[in-house]
Design a protein. Structure first.
Length: 263
């Protein structure tokens, strides 16, 4: 598996799939997850373009230093994997950030032609936080209880009944404990409020109306803060809208990307 190096010396594993003449699409997984997050829907984007994924530091085949992590550093991970493709003559111009805190951090660093921010928040004091009930459900100590709570925050009961797994959105099972703690701390410290007005790329904000893990009220905050951003709420969708509601979400993203002219 190919690797690239970040400016602070971390080896980041990346994966390229598909072919196409259109601008490659960089897919960012949710924090504490590896590139397999996208396995179930990745082929949806391969009609006219290739896709690239990567493993954040602390996940997958990337380095896992026991040092402080941050969404700024996760954005450096994304920027690092864009560089090899730029040098190869295929500029990575489109970012699709599911749980897109690093996408919001990295977008002002260019070159980014278009940006999709999925079920994320601005972070910091301006964000709408999950409720105490949700926090308590994720902190349960009974075997399997917290995992089941997370599943129900990701997907509706009907979808879970029809799709018994495996599930790729519950965190990288191979992460060492120190990396999991570092990812959690990075998410808790995230605050991109001051950066959002500096995003110059056309931006689509997507969120499920029934998302309690990252409350849907964050979506209009982002859309209002990013200049010219479009907002699309998917009725009834939970946090993993991109998978359960792929029949809506994937065409929505592709249609948005086709409206953005090449530079």
């Amino acid at each position: 598996m190919p690797h690239t190096m970040t400016p602070d010396g971390i080896g980041i594993a990346y994966q390229v799939r598909g072919e196409g003449a259109e601008a490659p699409l960089l897919l960012l997984a949710g924090q504490s997850n590896n590139h397999h997050w996208w396995d179930s829907v990745r082929d949806d984007f391969h009609g006219d373009r290739s896709t690239m994924t990567f493993d954040y530091r602390g996940t997958g085949a990337s380095d896992k230093p026991d040092l402080p992590y941050s969404t700024e550093l996760f954005a450096l991970d994304a920027i690092a994997v864009r560089r090899p493709r730029c040098r190869a003559g295929r500029r990575l111009r489109d970012l699709h950030g599911r749980a897109g805190r690093p996408a919001a951090r990295g977008a002002p660093s260019g070159p980014v032609r278009a940006l999709v921010l999925g079920c994320t928040s601005p972070g910091g004091p301006h964000a709408v936080e999950r409720t105490d009930d949700v926090r308590r459900s994720l902190a349960q100590t009974q075997p399997g209880a917290a995992r089941q709570a997370l599943l129900e925050l990701m997907y509706t009961p009907a979808w879970l009944a029809a799709n018994p797994g495996p599930y790729r959105t519950l965190g990288d099972p191979g992460m060492p404990a120190h990396a999991r703690r570092r990812h959690l701390a990075a998410g808790n410290q995230h605050d991109a409020w001051q950066l959002l007005p500096g995003i110059g790329a056309p931006t689509l904000v997507v969120h499920g109306t029934d998302d309690l893990l990252n409350p849907a009220a964050n979506a209009p905050l982002l859309a209002d803060r990013v200049p010219g951003a479009r907002l699309h709420l998917i009725p009834g969708a939970r946090h993993a809208y991109f998978e359960e509601n792929r029949a809506v979400a994937s065409p929505l993203v592709l249609d948005f990307l086709t409206t953005v002219p090449l530079p």
